[in-house]
Design a protein around this ligand. Structure first.
Ligand code: PGA
Length: 254
């Protein structure tokens, strides 16, 4: 049984002060809520504050939005895995499409980051997904397969089990255009099949695969109840504690 994982990717939003009131409101909305793993992924500057609040809230863990793969050195503007671990960060989002397109991150670089994250006991949330042109051209399987094989190269099965995949079709991110539950399920099934090829069927069956791309309270339930969808990576709708709490509740069984 794969426990659902619902993550709030705040992107470049929320000061430390704003994140405190978010966490207070979220706690009120989700009092005694259980059964879904919740990950809050603030910008780096809010990690220390959110880390303290998360440690007081059962079932909620902390994630970071990115990291650099080297341990230390002359990498102005970058943050290492050990720096994230200092605040008890458990997850790190790697290969988000905004990093791939705006910051030119390649599968090769993402692969280095994935390995460095595991070496530091951080669990990667590896993002993959096709653009609209790639989907229209019918090449989304080839794109997903290339991203998965490139980004996961050299990982062993144990490390794969400590990795979460996020399927985020680029055309659905921040656009209000969600993949239909059937489109999302089809892509997730393909991702699981590819993981079975790279690792084995038993490993692939245990890996959690999140869907991301305009997840909202009104579409979350149907998406989250698809066979191979094990959670959501939520951007825009995660900035409001009430709408994020509704998505978390939609992930509960029943
Ligand atoms: P969105 O972002 O929910 O605003 O579409 C999702 C993401 O980029 O992780």
């Amino acid at each position: 049984m794969r426990k659902k994982i619902i993550a709030a990717n705040w992107k470049m939003n929320m000061t430390a002060a704003e994140s405190v009131s978010f966490m207070e409101d979220l706690e009120l909305e989700l009092k005694n809520f259980d059964g879904v793993e919740i990950v809050i992924i603030p910008p780096f500057t809010a990690l220390p504050r959110v880390s303290e609040l998360v440690s007081e809230t059962p079932g909620v863990t902390l994630g970071a939005q990115n990291m650099w793969h080297e341990a230390s050195g002359a990498f102005t503007g970058e943050v290492s895995a050990a720096m994230l671990r200092e605040f008890f960060t458990r997850y790190v989002v790697l290969g988000h499409s905004e990093r791939r397109t705006i910051f030119n991150e390649t599968d090769e670089l993402v692969n280095k980051k994935v390995k460095a994250a595991h070496a530091a006991n951080l669990r990667p949330i590896l993002c993959v997904g096709e653009t609209l042109a790639e989907r229209d051209a019918g090449t989304h399987h080839a794109v997903l397969s290339k991203q998965l094989k490139g980004s996961l190269a050299g990982l062993d099965k144990e490390q794969m089990l400590d990795t979460v995949i996020a399927y985020e079709p680029v055309w659905a991110i921040g656009t209000g255009r969600t993949a239909t539950p059937a489109q999302a399920q089809e892509a997730h099934e393909f991702i699981r099949k590819t993981l079975a090829e790279i690792f084995d069927a038993g490993t692939a069956a245990k890996v959690r695969i999140q869907y991301g791309g305009s997840v909202k309270p009104d579409n979350a339930k149907e998406l989250l109840h698809q066979k191979d969808i094990d959670g959501a990576l939520v951007g825009g709708a995660s900035l409001d504690p009430r709408s994020f709490a509704k998505i978390v509740k939609a992930g509960a069984r029943g």
